[in-house]
Design a protein around this ligand. Structure first.
Ligand SMILES: Cc1cc2nc3c(=O)[nH]c(=O)nc-3n(C[C@H](O)[C@H](O)[C@H](O)COP(=O)(O)OP(=O)(O)OC[C@H]3O[C@@H](n4cnc5c(N)ncnc54)[C@H](O)[C@@H]3O)c2cc1C
Length: 406
């Protein structure tokens, strides 16, 4: 079993292969120098925590030994030879596989405008990126964050908490345009404004110039923001180069089927790099960039690689921490035609998203009191029942009571 990509999905798959009883070799190949680690803390604790941040490791040397995993770190796979079942490493080594897993993740989308290639823009994906950004978050200095998605907002919150002056630029008409209900985006924006973040929304950047004090970000409407550093979070692009070079099907990432197999039955993919059909959402093909998806697909794909054929149908779940607030989303809120707010939750917000036929397809909210309901909503979404949406506004409705237990 050969796994390319020693991130979250790849590591979970390696462990699960052993837990499922695979006795042969498991080789995990990763570009990065560090042992596998978690990415969510990079935009939060690593940026604003102790002076000497350390990664939150998923595996350590003892676990590698215990699970008898062979980890080849600091190594890039440069080619997959499908007819011979060989992969080639950057140092020239070749490895044979019986089954191959591509858990290659995604890369930050790059700014593409005048001056951006020479501008020293900072991007966040790896622990080393986080250390670089952290070194530039100097209290009192002006930092510009480009992109009002989750990474941008989390970086903005961390930078404010460190005492930087922060301007966040978003070209779309509002922050969190992709997949997050406008009501929740409004709550988060208000929290950022209360913390002192300045927003420039609905206007694109024209070009970037160096200045004696850092950079000038020149906006399409003529505004200029001078800053000591600027961090770009404008989405991520799935890593597909290896897969497309060896002729695997690509469709918004590496295309996999219900079992997470690619168009080659001996090659599988999991995590941020792949798109898959979701049976709960009518077979709609989706690609997720979320910790729980990497976790669940890592476990699932290991079983598929061993020939256990079950369709992957975990209901998506995502969280984001900004200041003291935690946003959570389950299912696919953007597929909902009807949005019902649960009333009477004081400081918390909770929304349920239904199709026109009354099928729950998503739940989203902010606040400590919503976690249990988000969890039950995930289970209800999985059961695909038709319900009466209006009943969900009542704080007295116990979601657990709607679940069908076998
Ligand atoms: C800063 C940050 C904060 C986040 N916060 C949250 C959060 O709060 N909540 C949430 O739900 N999700 C969050 N996420 C998303 C979550 O961390 C990812 O969805 C998850 O890490 C994806 O795991 P993966 O295994 O698919 O990819 P990755 O973890 O990216 O692992 C892929 C690995 O493959 C390696 N690789 C690629 N190509 C090759 C090659 N040819 N040869 C060898 N190795 C290769 C890469 O170097 C990388 O190490 C965050 C992500 C980031 C970047």
């Amino acid at each position: 079993m050969v796994i390319i990509g020693a991130g979250h999905a790849g590591t979970q798959a390696a462990i699960e292969l052993r837990n499922q009883g695979w006795l042969g070799t498991i080789t995990l190949i990763g570009k990065e120098e560090l042992l596998p680690y978690e990415r969510p803390p990079l935009s939060k604790a690593v940026l604003k925590g102790s002076d000497k941040p350390s990664p939150t490791f998923i595996l350590n040397e003892e676990l590698l030994k215990e699970y008898q995993l062979e980890l080849i770190g600091k190594s890039t796979v440069t080619r997959i030879n499908r007819p011979t079942h060989m992969v080639q490493l950057s140092d020239g080594r070749e490895l044979h596989y019986e089954r191959l897993l591509l858990a290659l993740g995604a890369n930050p989308r790059q700014l593409n405008l005048e001056g951006s290639d020479t501008s020293g823009a900072l991007y966040l994906r790896t622990f080393l990126d986080a250390l670089q950004i952290r070194a530039r978050l100097v209290p009192g200095q002006h930092v510009v964050v480009v992109g009002g998605g989750f990474i941008g907002l989390e970086v903005a919150a961390s930078a404010r908490e460190l005492g930087c002056t922060v301007t966040l630029i978003e070209a779309a008409p509002r922050i969190l345009m992709r997949g997050v209900p406008a009501e929740l985006a409004t709550v988060l924006e208000a929290r950022h404004r209360a913390a002192g973040v300045k927003f420039k929304i609905g206007v694109g950047i024209n070009r970037i110039e160096s200045s004696p004090t850092g950079h000038n970000i020149i906006m399409a409407d003529g505004d200029i923001f001078n800053c000591a550093a600027f961090i770009v979070g404008i989405g991520a692009v799935p890593e597909i180069a290896l897969a497309s070079a060896c002729g695997l099907a690509i469709d918004n990432g590496i295309r996999v089927d219900h079992h997470l197999a690619t168009s080659d039955p001996d090659i599988f993919a999991a995590g941020d790099c792949c798109s898959f059909p979701h049976p709960i959402f009518g077979g709609r093909r989706i690609r997720l960039e979320a910790w729980s998806n990497a976790q669940e697909q890592g476990l699932h794909v290991a079983r598929s690689m061993l020939g256990i054929c079950e369709a992957y149908q975990e209901v998506p779940w995502f969280w984001s921490d900004q200041y003291e607030m935690t946003l959570q989303m389950a299912g696919m809120p953007d597929l909902g035609a009807v949005c019902i707010e649960r009333v009477g939750l004081e400081e918390n917000q909770l929304y349920f998203h239904f199709t026109e036929e009354g099928r729950l397809v998503g739940a989203s909210g902010i606040g400590p009191a919503i976690s249990k309901d988000i969890r039950y909503a995930q289970l209800l979404i999985r059961q695909r029942l038709t319900m009466s949406p209006s009943a969900f506004s009542s704080p007295d409705l116990k979601l657990k009571s709607l679940l069908i237990t076998k």
